[in-house]
Each structure stands twice: as C-alpha cells, then as structure tokens.
Ligand binder design. Structure first.
Ligand code: ADP
Ligand code: ZN
Length: 699
C-alpha cells in the first residue's frame, strides 16, 4: 500500500519524495494503528493523514480547532482535485445538509469538523457515515500544560472509546515533554506509535538584539523592512498599544502595515487577515493571538518587539515564518523593561511558579552565549549535536572576560546607596552622570560615583543584565524594581569570588544590515515578482489565497528552471496534473515572453546588423552603449553567425593582439591588453581581436 501512497503523493500533491518520517507515519496509519505525530510547523504533517484518507475506504474526520484554518485546508485540497468539506458554525442549514449528504454517501474523502460540532453529531448522523479514521490536528489543545488549552478537546477521549476500531492520528507542532505525555493520556492513545521529528527549522535564522532603545529599535526595524521589499512579515508586540504605534511609525515611512489585535472588530480583523494571506498586505503588527488561524507559507520574517512569555510561544511564533522551507529571518528584541512587565503580569496567581519558570527559560535563551538553536531544541528535549551556524551567536561568537571588577563596582554602588536604586540610577552613578535626581539624593558624593565612566550606558546595561542573570544581584519586583545584592553578590564583593561575563559588542551583523542599501532586483528576482503578480491575479479571480494556486517555493523553482511546457511544469515540486490543467497556460505564456525578452537582445542587434546598420547607429537606435553592441557582435560571431569583424579590427591589428595574447596568456581581463598597447588600442578592438583569436584556437 505504501507504493500507492507514493503515487498519491505525486499525483495529488505534485511532490516526488516523502520528507523524513512521512513515509513511516503513513505506513503506520495505513496499518490502522493509533499514531502520535510531533513535528515542527512546516514539517509536513497534513500529508500524514491526508494520504491515508485518500487510500482508505470511507471518510476521514479531521478535528481542527480553528474555523479559518479549516477553510484554507479544504480550499488547498480542492485546488489539488481532492474532495473535501468542512462542518462548523460558519455554515447555513442548507450548506450543512449538503455536507451531511456528501459525508453519508461517501462522495468526500475528508471532512474537517470543529470539536464543539463533533459532539453534537457523534450520536447523530455521524453514525451513518463510514468513518475511515480520525485525525486530531493541533493535539496540544487537549492539554492544560500546553499554551493553548481548549476544553472541548478533552471530550475527544470519549470519541476514541466510541469508535474502537477506527485508527486515530494526533498531530502537533508544540509539545514539551509534559504536554506530550498529557496528550497521550487525555486522548487515550496509550497504544499509539509516537513519531518525534526533529524540531529543528534550519531555514529560520535566529537573532536576538538586547537593550536597543525604542527610537533606535524602530529605525532598525524600518531599515530591516526596506531591505526586504515585498516580503511578508509579522511584528509581534506585547500590547495592543504597541501594535498601533509601530504600524503608525511604519506608515509614516510609506511602509504598508496594519495592527491586528483583539480590540478590533471581528470584521476588521478578518479583512486584515485576508489581505495578509492574499499578499495584498505585507506586514502585520500583532499581539500574539495573530497567526494561530493562518496557514500562510511565505511569511519571510518575524520580529519580536519584546521578550516573549515562554519558549513554546516564541518557537511557534517564529515558526510562522518560512513554512515553505525557504530561508527566513527572525529577530527578537528584548530589554530589562520587558522582563519587569512580564514578571508583573505573572505575579499573584496560582500559575505563577510555572509562568516564572517558563519566563526564566526564555530569558536564558535571550541571554545565550552559545548556539541559540541548541538551546531551543534542548528545551524540546532534543539533543542537537552541532552549532547551527545560522544564529547570531554562531555567526558572531561572544568573547568572555573577567567581570569581577565590573561586578564589584556595581555591587559597591548598590551597597553604598542602601540597595535603594534601580538599574538606570545605578548606571548613572557608575558613569558619573550629572542627573538631577542623582544630585538631589546626594549620590554624587559616594565613593563609586563615576568609577565606570569608561563604559557606555548601553554596555553597562549589557553587563548588569548578565549580572542579574548569573545571580550576582536581583531585582526586587515588589519594591519598585530596586536592585538587591544576593549571597553570591556578597561573595563577589567581599571574598573576591570570580564572575565571567561576555564582552559587550555591537554585533556587526546589525551594522551590515544597516549599511545595505535598498538593492536592485536580479533578472530572476524580477521574474519571480512577475510570477507572483500573475499568481495574485489568478488567486483573486478564483477567490482563494495566493499560496493555494502555487507556493512560493514552487514559483522560485519555476523562475529558476523556466518551464515552457506542461510536461516541464509537472517536474516542478508542488505541481500536479490538476494544477497544470487549471493554471499552466498563463504561466507558460509569461515564461515564454520572459525567455523571448532574454533571447531578443542579441537577435535584435543581429537583425540591425544584417540590414547593414553601423554599430554606432544600432547603439543609438537601441539606447545601448557601443561597448554593449560590440559585445553582442562578438557573441554572435563566436556563436557562428555570419559577422565580418574585420571591418572593425583589421588584420594587422589582430596580429598585434595575437602577439599580446602570447605574452599575457589570459583573456580574463582586457585591461592588461590596454596597458600593453599603452592605451592606444581601444577596448572594443581588443575585445573583437581576442574573439577572432579564440575562435581560431577552437578550430
Ligand atoms: P505542518 O502542518 O506540519 O505545519 P504542512 O503540512 O502545512 O506542515 O506542510 C508544510 C509545507 O510543506 C506545505 O507547503 C506542504 O505542501 C509542503 N510539503 C509537505 N510534504 C512535502 C513533500 N514530501 N515534499 C515537498 N513539500 C512538501
Ligand atoms: Zn547557532
């Protein structure tokens, strides 16, 4: 049966190979065994149940928590020629009736149902459906340990009991160890085979930027976006207010961006989301709620404006970038203020210990001095052996230095002010600043005033953050964020216990980013842009999101391989017969036109030449330089076209160039020849002479 699965992969999805694990997972489901799949976002989970659904007799029931996602999934399947439907609260009674009929007479292969709807039908018409399997998508929603608990999910275990012989497959992209165990328990999947894929997403680059002041941060974000014209991205913020502020700043720079948060009307949210999915809006500034219900594969970057609450959430949010597997960028900003705000959120609830623990792990990640990917994957209990090479720490390893004296200076200032100051005041004292509040308190008179004026404010922030993280000092959240000296701190101060810190450095990655000017598109990128626009217009006509027509990865391969026939198109990843029939022609036309344009330039010159028009006139006519026209003639001559170059470079000149060639022995650059002739032989003659000589040599 697995051979059939391979055929279905090719025929229905247009892919030639299974990804790691997909094949074994499908084999397990086809053997009617319960299955738990833990695979990162973009790993290719859907196919793991969609292919068995197509091979089994009957209808597969897919449980999915998000109505918007259901619609996208079903549209995606239909675009591949697969019969699927969804059943949720968005349907009117007539539509409901239609879906029920289709399910009962088996004319669909997959039926997506929201969990709350499922329980209204299990004792009802679902009994009349030949159910082939159950797929539980986003299975972590069943667990209170996860970060997206949905009470309706807990009733799924009763469905497991009711449909004893039907295989269950549960899938999730976010599960730490505790959640994993809980999923198995809650869904009654104790006999399930568990497939744990690597959670690594090598195509996502990771970067953290610490303690960037607000104004500078927005500047950095703007230049980041300007370096990525037309790319889709999400900026996650802690508060609604921030989403609005940042969207406004971006608009002031003529960057189209919309804020998205729970305070907007449902209608407005739906419109923004739709525009984003359809590539009509490139950038969204959002609170964390955004993205749960979307399945957009070409989000190219994600920025976190603040420290996220926990690693699960952070990993899921950055995971919304690059689902198509193409390189994508993620940047997280954080500063001490974020930490304070988050700690305050956390305090005073039953959940506080879990919450604080998760926040601390997040902080460790932000402050990492070794490969970030290793830390992330370790969080998901994965032992990742190598440094990834695609995070800022790998690209720019930090230098360690002895921070004992730095720490002693800071601790001493805290002690001499009776542990009553916060971070900013501490730094002002150390730097000897003429701050008004500082003077009013008389801190300019203490012994440590100004002892750290050789270090910038920002660098001090860097060191103090580390000292807090190492545990040399701590922040008293309940006492106005004053800094307190810990036992460890006392040992540093009085017993000279050593501490190591990383050198503060303006990461050069960042500098490069700022210097890069808005770049010109290459030919291939231009074609990709044209393909994207064509795709957008087709998608609009059909009322589906752009990626339903073709994924970005598919368009990129098209731009690279330039297929101009239906057979050629079929060899591209993600294109099957159904898609060829639906979409091939306009794409083939576009590529053909592109190829013609590429070809033309030489042919046009040749046509002029054949009419006896001089190179000067051709250059003028075509608005090109003489050098370009001569290089066209040289190429046409090398290609064997009937061109008489002796008009432009005579036999004796060719002879001189030949002698020069025998000495210089290289044609990589014309400059040595130009020098050889003391700048008396024009470049175009050298070029043509060498072309003649090379052709002779080739014979
Ligand atoms: P997940 O649900 O795990 O986040 P999806 O099922 O949406 O991931 O798949 C992510 C992307 O990978 C989709 O664009 C999908 O079409 C593509 N994909 C899945 N399996 C393969 C495969 N075997 N070869 C190429 N692309 C694949
Ligand atoms: Zn790394």
């Amino acid at each position: 049966m697995i051979e059939q699965a391979q055929q279905v992969l090719e025929r229905h999805f247009g892919y030639s190979k299974f990804r790691p694990q997909q094949e074994t997972i499908i084999a397990n489901v086809l053997a009617k065994k319960d299955t738990l799949v833990l695979m990162p976002t973009g790993g290719g989970k859907s196919i793991c149940y969609q292919i068995p659904a197509l091979l089994f007799d009957g209808v597969a029931i897919v449980i999915s928590p998000l109505i918007s996602l259901m619609k996208d999934q079903v549209e995606g399947l239909r675009a591949n020629g697969i019969k699927a439907a969804y059943f949720n609260s968005s349907l009117d009674p007539v539509q409901e009736r239609q879906v029920i009929n289709d399910a009962i007479d088996g004319s669909i292969k997959l039926l997506y149902i929201s969990p709350e709807k499922l329980f209204t039908i299990t004792d009802n018409w679902l009994k009349d459906v030949q159910v082939s399997m159950f797929a539980i998508d986003e299975a972590h929603c069943v667990s209170m340990w996860g970060h997206d608990f949905r009470p309706e999910y807990t009733q799924l275990s009763s469905v497991r009991k009711q449909f004893k012989t039907v295989p269950f497959i549960a899938l999730t992209a976010t599960a730490d160890k505790a959640t994993r165990k809980d999923i198995i328990k809650q869904l009654g999947l104790s006999k399930a085979t568990v497939f744990l894929s690597s959670f690594n997403r090598p195509n996502l680059s990771l970067e953290v930027r610490a303690n960037v002041p607000k104004k500078k941060k927005i500047k950095e974000i703007i230049s980041f976006i300007e370096n990525r014209p037309n790319q889709s991205g999400i900026i996650y913020c802690l508060s609604r207010k921030q989403t609005e502020e940042i969207a406004k700043e971006l608009k002031a720079y003529h960057i189209e961006a919309e804020a998205y948060h729970a305070g907007l009307s449902a209608q407005k949210r739906a419109r923004i989301q739709e525009d984003f999915i359809n590539d009509d809006l490139s950038i969204i500034t959002a609170t964390i709620a955004f993205g749960m219900g979307i399945d957009k594969s070409n989000v190219r970057w994600v920025i976190h404006n603040n420290l996220p609450k926990n690693i699960e959430g952070y990993y899921q949010e950055i995971g919304r970038a690059g689902r198509d597997g193409l390189p994508s960028t993620t940047v997280m900003y954080y500063n001490l203020r974020d930490l304070m705000v988050l700690k305050q959120f956390a305090s005073g609830s039953e959940q506080t210990p879990i919450y604080t623990e998760k926040l601390n792990r997040m902080l460790n990640y932000a402050e990492a001095t070794s490969c970030r990917r290793k830390i992330l994957l370790a969080y998901f209990s994965e032992d990742f052996k190598h440094d990834c090479g695609n995070c800022d720490v790998c690209k720019n390893p930090p230098q360690f230095l002895d921070g004992t004296i730095l720490a002693q200076k800071a601790l001493s200032a805290i002690r001499r002010t009776n542990q009553e100051i916060g971070t900013n005041m501490l730094i002002n004292i150390l730097r000897g600043s003429a701050n008004q509040e500082l003077y009013s308190k008389g801190y300019q008179n203490i012994k440590t005033y100004g002892v750290g004026n050789d270090i910038s404010f920002k660098d001090w922030q860097h060191y103090i953050t580390q000292l807090i993280n190492i545990g040399v000092m701590e922040i008293a959240y309940d006492e106005g964020f004053r800094l307190k000296i810990t036992n460890f701190g006392n040992e540093v101060l009085f017993k000279d216990r050593k501490v190591k810190v990383t050198q503060a450095l303006d990461r050069s990655v960042k500098k490069k980013e700022q210097k890069k000017k808005a770049k010109k598109l290459t030919k291939q990128e231009q074609l990709f842009e044209e393909l994207r626009q064509l795709r957008a217009s087709i998608a609009k006509k059909q009322g589906v999101p752009a990626y339903i027509v073709f994924h970005d990865a598919t368009l990129q391969q098209i731009a690279l391989e330039l297929p101009t026939s239906e057979e050629d198109l079929l060899t591209i990843q993600g294109i099957n017969q159904v898609k060829v029939e639906r979409y091939a022609q306009p794409f083939i036309d576009l590529i053909q036109a592109h190829k013609d344009k590429q070809m033309n330039t030489f042919e046009v010159t040749y046509r002029f030449y054949q009419q006896g028009i001089s190179p000067e006139q051709i250059a003028e006519e075509r608005g090109l330089s003489m050098t370009t026209i001569f290089s066209h003639l040289a190429k046409l001559y090398s290609d064997g076209k009937d061109i008489d170059l002796s008009i432009y470079v005579n036999t004796s000149e060719v002879q001189q160039i030949r002698e020069a060639y025998l000495q210089i022995k290289s044609i990589n650059s014309l400059k040595p020849y130009f020098d050889f002739f003391n700048e008396k032989m024009p470049y175009y003659k050298i070029k043509l002479g060498l072309t003649i000589i090379m052709k002779e040599l080739a014979h």
